[in-house]
Write a protein that binds this ligand. Structure first.
Ligand SMILES: *[C@@H]1O[C@H](CO)[C@@H](O)[C@H](O)[C@H]1NC(C)=O
Ligand SMILES: *[C@@H]1O[C@H](CO)[C@@H](O)[C@H](O)[C@H]1NC(C)=O
Ligand SMILES: *[C@@H]1O[C@H](CO)[C@@H](O)[C@H](O)[C@H]1NC(C)=O
Ligand SMILES: *[C@@H]1O[C@H](CO)[C@@H](O)[C@H](O)[C@H]1NC(C)=O
Ligand SMILES: *[C@@H]1O[C@H](CO)[C@@H](O)[C@H](O)[C@H]1NC(C)=O
Ligand SMILES: *[C@@H]1O[C@H](CO)[C@@H](O)[C@H](O)[C@H]1NC(C)=O
Ligand SMILES: *[C@@H]1O[C@H](CO)[C@@H](O)[C@H](O)[C@H]1NC(C)=O
Ligand SMILES: *[C@@H]1O[C@H](CO)[C@@H](O)[C@H](O)[C@H]1NC(C)=O
Ligand SMILES: *[C@@H]1O[C@H](CO)[C@@H](O)[C@H](O)[C@H]1NC(C)=O
Ligand SMILES: *[C@@H]1O[C@H](CO)[C@@H](O)[C@H](O)[C@H]1NC(C)=O
Ligand SMILES: *[C@@H]1O[C@H](CO)[C@@H](O)[C@H](O)[C@H]1NC(C)=O
Ligand SMILES: *[C@@H]1O[C@H](CO)[C@@H](O)[C@H](O)[C@H]1NC(C)=O
Length: 639
């Protein structure tokens, strides 16, 4: 059941009070016609009895669980929400011997953690979620399901790491939150995501991604907070507070900070989903720098941590993937840093699996020749609590029945995972209200904050002869490349079909990348950060035809000295609609760029090659420094 959260009410009430749209904010409704547990059963088992304390309920539940039921808890698997609020029965999920779908994962394999990996309407997601909970009620122990999600409040849509926002409020990628340097905004951002997640039944956020981007080519930079560990630390603290509240409860979404100990120092920036990106290199001896945000996350009470796929090169640790690395998971995370929460592995450490119709190898980097069973044992021995993206319960059962792993080892992790469900209130409040979900998700207030943040995060890198903001006067003609000129016409502006006929040109770009290898790998933005010769020639032709305002999506720090030189003005953004761009260009309603770069922008690919992967701010003679960002020194309205 969706209820507004008391612990955040001050923040929301003060925000709502400031909002001219406050009257339009839908109040979540309490409806009575939703399914609920029959609590009139006088023989209610102790663990199902809300009047008992959590530790007693946990003891009771654990004492009843079979080995199979315990094994099921130790896995979290990605599944799609089905059509029209139904449970999907078409997507095949192989378990090594059989082809399964969602339902048998719950009723036969006894899984109760999933991440939903597609987008449906808010109502349908809520209805689907309730169907999933109904299925769980059919199992012997009726353990409620926990639904998780990769980030889904921005633009990026990358299999395995982010989902485009759909009906959810649309913000810039988290880099844009970092560009605004405002922990209060960061907490509001997480609060809005939390409210929308709660409404559809998502109770676990596979974020914040707090990898520090010390290697400019790092493929997953877009969902980080940039290059500065301290800024990232301040952001993660604010986000954890927004998601979880002061302590985990009925209105919380638990967080998974990732990817420990920081996936920034990837060799060549290649992504660690793939063998070509399996190494994190620490030749600058900067491992401690990457730990700064994780220490902050632990101190802030972040519930879960996900180790990186990569393996460390150039440290005292064994050169095996972090999820298998006992000196890192048990030694560093738990014993040195004192983390007591859940460690969930990244997805697919054990089993080779088809992604976009191509078999991708298990990410057992440094352990490629081990068997699946050996991998499962190493992950458990390392101290990981839960296997992401896997359903191989039979491997764990076999490890226990053959005496290789004591059942008490499973109990340690099962207890933590079930405690989280109790704390989230899932045993006692497992259903959500689809009507309320429809009203909460993407409501006018939340969407407006998202839209505003897209505009505010705009980072003005150059503004030659004070070109901006533009003031369209009668007869001024515009030419658009990289977006549809109908956006200009809709504003009553005159457009032309050739640059030479225009008074001003617009060019909207994305940071270059190289699409390499398998279809899955091609989704990850690796490789060079500069435009090639033919692209540069085409840009120059435009710049020579008319004064051009360039807008580039910075999901990594682009290498664009020639654009900085030749464009009339240059903006960076981190996920923004065309309308957001034009509002900033024309200073509509006073919108102006407020963002400051969350990383250095290198001046050449030679400088990129020469910097050291784990060292921040070491690119020689950067084009723009971390923190750069101009303001308008006049407005469109006056002077
Ligand atoms: C009451 O709950 C117990 C335990 O779940 C179950 O065995 C029993 O059948 C229930 N009784 C009724 C009448 O539903
Ligand atoms: C709830 O359980 C009681 C028995 O404990 C039973 O008499 C009653 O019919 C049940 N109600 C529903 C709605 O299932
Ligand atoms: C989903 O619902 C729509 C509208 O009610 C209906 O037209 C469509 O056939 C449904 N699809 C399925 C697969 O049930
Ligand atoms: C799959 O689900 C749809 C919608 O609930 C249902 O109509 C269909 O019969 C199901 N198919 C199978 C094979 O279970
Ligand atoms: C599972 O489905 C795939 C097609 O998606 C098929 O090639 C394979 O043989 C099936 N495996 C089993 C065990 O049924
Ligand atoms: C980061 O914070 C630490 C501790 O407050 C401080 O010692 C260090 O100088 C800061 N680093 C930067 C780059 O601001
Ligand atoms: C990164 O990927 C590129 C392209 O596939 C490859 O040439 C390079 O060797 C890779 N780097 C490493 C360290 O494997
Ligand atoms: C795995 O085995 C192959 C062939 O036996 C060998 O070339 C390779 O070095 C081994 N890899 C590791 C990580 O041990
Ligand atoms: C947010 O921006 C989108 C895209 O420009 C627009 O369709 C929507 O109406 C805006 N919502 C609010 C509440 O401002
Ligand atoms: C541009 O927008 C117009 C009006 O919405 C539409 O008709 C046209 O197909 C669009 N052009 C392109 C290339 O997307
Ligand atoms: C430059 O990049 C574009 C876009 O990826 C590509 O179509 C074109 O072939 C490339 N040109 C050269 C000269 O590499
Ligand atoms: C605005 O900044 C430009 C340089 O960026 C400068 O030439 C101009 O004098 C400034 N105008 C005002 C009103 O400060």
């Amino acid at each position: 059941m969706y209820t507004p959260s008391p612990s955040w009410s001050n923040l929301l009430i003060s925000a709502l009070a400031l909002s001219p749209l406050a009257s339009a904010i839908p109040q979540p409704e309490t409806t009575t016609n939703i399914p609920s547990q029959n609590t009139t059963n006088s023989t209610l088992l102790p663990y199902l009895d809300p009047s008992l304390c959590i530790s007693d309920r946990l003891d009771d539940l654990l004492s009843r669980m079979t080995l199979e039921e315990k094994a099921g808890q130790l896995f979290i698997k990605q599944i799609p929400a089905g059509i029209n609020g139904t449970i999907d029965n078409t997507t095949i999920i192989p378990d090594g011997t059989r082809n399964l779908t969602t339902a048998p994962l719950i009723t036969e394999k006894l899984l109760s953690h999933f991440n939903v990996n597609n987008a449906r309407s808010a109502r349908q997601m809520a209805e689907w979620h309730n169907e999933i909970q109904n299925l769980a009620l059919q199992t012997r122990l009726k353990i409620p399901v926990t639904i998780a999600s990769d980030p889904r409040h921005a633009f990026a849509d990358t299999v395995g790491s982010s989902i485009a926002s759909g009906q959810f409020s649309k913000f810039p990628e988290s880099l844009g939150i970092a560009a605004l340097r405002d922990p209060v905004l960061a907490e509001l951002y997480a609060t809005i995501i939390r409210e929308e997640y709660l409404a559809v039944g998502i109770r676990n956020a596979l974020q914040p991604q707090i990898d520090v981007v010390t290697e400019p080519r790092m493929a997953r930079s877009g969902q980080t907070f940039g290059e500065d560990a301290n800024l990232t630390a301040s952001m993660v603290v604010a986000l954890i507070k927004g998601f979880q509240g002061e302590e985990l409860g009925l209105n919380s979404v638990s967080t998974v900070t990732k990817h420990f100990p920081g996936a920034g120092p990837s060799r060549n920036g290649n992504d660690s989903h793939f063998a070509t990106g399996k190494d994190n290199t620490y030749f600058g001896d900067f491992l401690d720098y990457h730990l700064i945000p994780f220490k902050a996350a632990i101190a802030a009470g972040g519930r879960q941590i996900m180790p990186s796929y990569a393996r460390p090169i150039g440290t005292k640790y064994p050169e095996v993937a972090f999820g298998f690395n006992k000196p890192v998971i048990t030694g560093l995370i738990r014993e040195e840093l004192g983390f007591k929460g859940i460690v969930v592995s990244d997805w697919g450490l054990i089993t080779d699996q088809a992604i976009l119709n191509v078999i991708e190898p298990a990410r057992a980097w440094g352990l490629e020749n081990t068997t699946e069973s050996e991998r499962a044992k190493m992950v458990l021995d390392a101290g990981v609590d839960q296997f992401g993206g896997e359903i191989r319960t039979e491997l764990l059962i076999q490890l226990v029945t053959s005496g290789q792993i004591p059942e008490s080892r499973l109990d340690i992790s099962v207890r933590k995972l079930l405690e989280e469900k109790f704390l989230l209130g899932l045993f006692d409040h497992r259903f959500v209200d689809p009507e309320a979900a429809e009203k909460v998700v993407g409501n006018a207030y939340f969407a407006r904050i998202g839209n505003e943040t897209q505009r505010r995060a705009y980072t003005l890198l150059t503004n030659q002869i004070n070109t901006l903001p533009l003031r369209p006067t009668d007869g001024v003609k515009f030419y658009a490349r990289g977006f549809n000129s109908s956006y200009l016409e809709a504003r009553g502006l005159q457009t032309v079909d050739q640059p030479y006929k225009a008074d001003f040109c617009f060019l909207r770009l994305s940071t270059p990348y190289e699409a390499r290898g398998s279809p899955f790998r091609q989704r990850y933005h690796e490789g060079r950060l500069d435009f090639n010769t033919s692209q540069k020639a085409s840009h120059s032709e435009l710049f020579n035809s008319c004064p051009t305002i360039v807008d580039i999506l910075l999901d990594r720090p682009a290498v664009i000295p020639e654009i900085a030189q030749e464009a009339a003005a240059l903006f960076g953004h981190y996920g923004a609609s065309v309308d957001a761009f034009l509002d900033v260009v024309f200073n509509v309603d006073g919108w102006k760029p407020e963002g400051k770069l969350p990383f250095d922008m290198p001046s050449s690919m030679e400088a990129v090659d020469e910097q050291v992967a784990d060292v921040p701010f070491d690119t020689e003679d950067p084009l723009f420094r971390f923190g750069h960002g101009l303001s308008y020194n006049r407005t469109a309205l006056c002077g």
